[in-house]
Design a protein around this ligand. Structure first.
Ligand code: ADP
Ligand code: MG
Length: 740
């Protein structure tokens, strides 16, 4: 049944099937008003009941305010977004302007818009660049960045349109969830979100949790375990699954570890987890690919953007294991107070839309997880980029040589070259190889977004060689320098195919913008991870065929979508519980529910206190104290609940080994735990209310020993490995059981 429905959906409502004709009609009608508006000394304020009129005014306003006259296709893109869809528009088509017209349209309808950019640099650039247009349309605009103060943030969120990166907005949401005074809340109710580089944010980063933590202590790194696993031999002591997602000890490995540690792993789950984490860090995470070490710290590399992801870390145990592997001092860890995934963050907004160069490829996911449809907006000028077929090699070493030769040859003609590599280490290797041939190149691996943008902006100059890890979401377009068009325009060379053809397209799309000439080619070897991880061994030897490469990409994409789906099944329940808790919290924060509940639960205490307090202010003081008490326990219990669920999730596969479905089992326990949570908040609140000193000065929570965390900090957790953790545990147990 499900598969038939899927089949019908695929063919009848193919993603990208949104009909552009109605939007094109509106834009044509807008064209008819062009002359009249051009002569107008002052622009009329547009009415959103007349979309053609709005487009005409927006076009004229952009021309006057920015010196950019939106092309028809840019207005079509804006209308696609204004109707709540994702516009697929190629790199360099001018999505910033399209998005601003759409955001202004929403604002003129009385909606409040958050424009989500991929980083702080772009949020500010776009808000400032589009500022005059918004002003001309009578719409206020602001932006936030990592360095913004609370006052600046409040001011920015007060505007009709606010630009910000997904993490900055997300962290503000998390911090708002712990306010104890309604006047301190920064964010308004979520209304409309417009997501730039929508595939990158909504699909590649959908699972990334943003975390707010408090009450620090040093992480428990385990250097001995790290040293132990370093001695283990792959294939003998441990094995890695085909897709390099899981590693597990063989029986030989178990013996060796048990002997070295003098424990029975089977009976010592803490040790077992520790060994598994160390092994994961040792065997699956590679320095300079998954992370780099700089200034004595581990910095994660974002796998979809190939750049250093500041503020990101793995879940605590794994972070500590990697730090131990690299013999670094453990970084601080703390109790998680709350967290939200990018997906959870975006789906809070009742209105959603977005834009990107590559959306159709993730059309199914956008529909499934965000209820978004995709419309393909044609380019302003027909593309003439020449995409050559892949060049295929059996061995990586041959490909690497051919890559340098190809660069040298094209460079000799003066043609600018952009090389896309798959990871940071490869970029650096290539730069060395090129230097060996006397060729200089600029290497991008993202330390500074602004600096990087200026390097990219120069990548189209005659003779430029730019080496970059994945280009998705980089947000700066490459203009051709003098005379470069005659040389064939920008030449994009990929040093291997990505795990998704969408990322290949993002790279290719850097050449041939706005009808420029340009070219692209990918050099693929049979030793590339894509082939070795996603193609069965019997097919993966020799020179790979184009079909095999395409097949490997489809498998990789399927695996990623499945992981997304699995994680979502576990987090959905948690998100729902969180919504319920937050709803209660909000009522407590803004109203008198806490006081009413405590008055009902402890009427004698309430009356007693009322008598002891001054009659004019007594009631207010009591309600204020009740609010503080309930918020404290609610937040406390929620953090405990989160910790419990994390543990539950980690252990569930052990408990249900060979029995009920783990997800059902998890749900049953999680629901029961939620009920306990509510009861616990109530009983703890009543107990505090009964015993705490409440005077004319109110309640001194700290004095009662009820301290809120003094410091909080935020970070992103990358690639939640719990899913594979369970598999590792079960695999490992299966091995153990087989052996007995
Ligand atoms: P995208 O985000 O789609 O890759 P950008 O918004 O970064 O593209 O814009 C790419 C370039 O195109 C910018 O330099 C911008 O100034 C230019 N541009 C955008 N719209 C127009 C227009 N209507 N006319 C001329 N130039 C434009
Ligand atoms: Mg852009």
């Amino acid at each position: 049944m499900a598969s038939i429905r899927q089949f019908v959906r695929r063919f009848l409502e193919r993603p990208g099937s949104i009909d552009l004709a109605p939007f094109e009609r509106i834009v044509r009608a807008a064209g008819a008003e062009e002359d009249r508006l051009r002569k107008a000394a002052e622009l009329p304020s547009p009415s959103m009941d007349d979309l053609a009129g709005f487009c005409a005014v927006a076009r004229e306003a952009a021309d006057r305010a920015l010196g950019l006259r939106p092309y028809d296709v840019q207005l079509v893109g804006a209308l696609v977004m204004l109707s709540g869809n994702v516009a697929e528009m190629a790199t360099g088509e001018g999505k910033t302007l399209s998005g601003a017209v759409a955001a202004a349209g929403y604002a003129l309808r009385g909606r409040r818009v958050h424009v989500v950019s991929v980083n702080d640099y772009l949020a500010r650039r776009d808000a400032e660049w589009m500022g005059p247009l918004y002003e001309a349309l009578g719409v206020s605009v602001g932006w936030i960045g990592e360095a913004s103060t609370p006052e600046e943030r409040r001011a920015a969120y007060d505007r009709d349109v606010t630009y910000g990166s997904v993490s900055e907005i997300g962290f503000d949401v998390l911090r708002d969830r712990l306010r104890v005074d309604a006047a301190d809340l920064l964010l308004p109710e979520p209304d409309v979100v417009l997501v730039d580089e929508a595939d990158s944010v909504l699909v590649d980063e959908a699972r990334v949790p943003l975390v707010l933590a408090g009450a620090a202590d040093a992480g428990g790194a385990v250097p001995e375990t790290a040293a132990l696993v370093r001695r283990l031999v792959k294939g003998y002591h441990y094995e890695i699954d085909d897709q390099a997602r899981n590693v597990h000890l063989t029986s030989k490995g178990i013996d060796t570890v048990e002997e070295a540690l003098g424990v029975e792993l089977y009976h010592d789950t803490a040790r077992l987890t520790e060994v598994n984490l160390a092994l994961h860090a040792h065997a699956l995470l590679t320095r300079d690919v998954d992370y780099i070490v700089r200034d004595g710290r581990v910095h994660l590399v974002n796998p979809s953007r190939g750049r250093v992801a500041l503020l990101q870390r793995w879940p605590d145990g794994l972070q500590a294991a990697v730090e131990a592997k690299e013999a670094l001092a453990p970084s601080e860890t703390g109790e998680i107070l709350d967290s939200i995934t990018v997906q959870g963050l975006i789906t809070r907004y009742p209105g959603r839309c977005g834009m990107t160069g590559t959306a159709v490829a993730v059309g199914d996911e956008l529909r499934e997880f965000y209820d978004l449809k995709v419309a393909v907006v044609p380019p302003n000028r027909p593309p003439v980029r020449a995409d050559e077929p892949d060049r295929l090699f059996e061995f990586a070493a041959d490909r690497d040589r051919a890559l340098v030769d190809e660069i040298a040859e094209a460079h000799a003609t003066g043609r600018p070259i952009l090389v896309g590599t798959l990871d940071v280490a490869e970029s650096e290797r290539l730069a060395l190889n090129l230097a060996g041939r006397g060729l200089e190149c600029a290497v991008l691996n993202a330390k500074n977004d602004a600096e990087e943008a200026s390097i990219i902006a120069r990548a189209g100059e005659r003779g430029a060689i730019t080496v970059s890890t994945q280009m998705a979401g980089r947000g700066t377009d490459i203009r051709l320098g003098e005379g470069v068009g005659a040389l064939g325009g920008l030449y994009v060379i990929g040093s291997g195919r990505h795990a998704s053809s969408r990322l290949d397209d993002q790279l290719r799309g850097r050449a041939g913008r706005q009808g420029d000439p340009g070219g692209s080619v990918f050099l693929v070897s049979g030793e590339d991870d894509l082939i070795t991880h996603y193609v069965a061994d019997e097919y993966s030897s020799g020179v790979p065929s184009a079909r095999l490469v395409a097949h490997a990409q489809r498998v990789a994409e399927g695996v990623n979508a499945q992981i997304h789906r699995n994680t979502w099944r576990y987090t959905r329940l948690l998100e729902r519980q969180r919504d319920l808790v937050l709803e209660r919290r909000d009522r407590v924060l803004r109203g008198r529910t806490a006081g009413e509940a405590l008055a009902a639960a402890a009427p004698e205490r309430w009356t007693g206190l009322t008598g002891a307090l001054p009659p004019e202010t007594g009631e207010e003081i009591l309600h204020g104290a009740a609010r503080q008490i309930v918020l404290f326990h609610l937040d406390r219990c929620w953090a405990e609940h989160l910790a419990y669920l994390a543990e539950l999730r980690e252990g569930i596969h052990l408990r249900v080994l060979g029995r009920a479905s783990p997800i059902d089992e998890f749900h049953k326990d999680a629901v029961a735990a939620y009920r306990r949570l509510l009861a616990e908040v109530e009983s703890r609140s009543v107990a505090t209310f009964e015993s705490a000193g409440i005077t004319e000065d109110g309640l001194d929570l700290d004095g009662e020993g009820l301290k809120r965390p003094t410091a909080t900090w935020t970070y992103l957790v990358q690639e939640n490995p719990f899913g594979s953790e369970w598999e590792r545990l079960t695999n490992r147990l299966a091995t153990k059981i087989r052996r007995r």
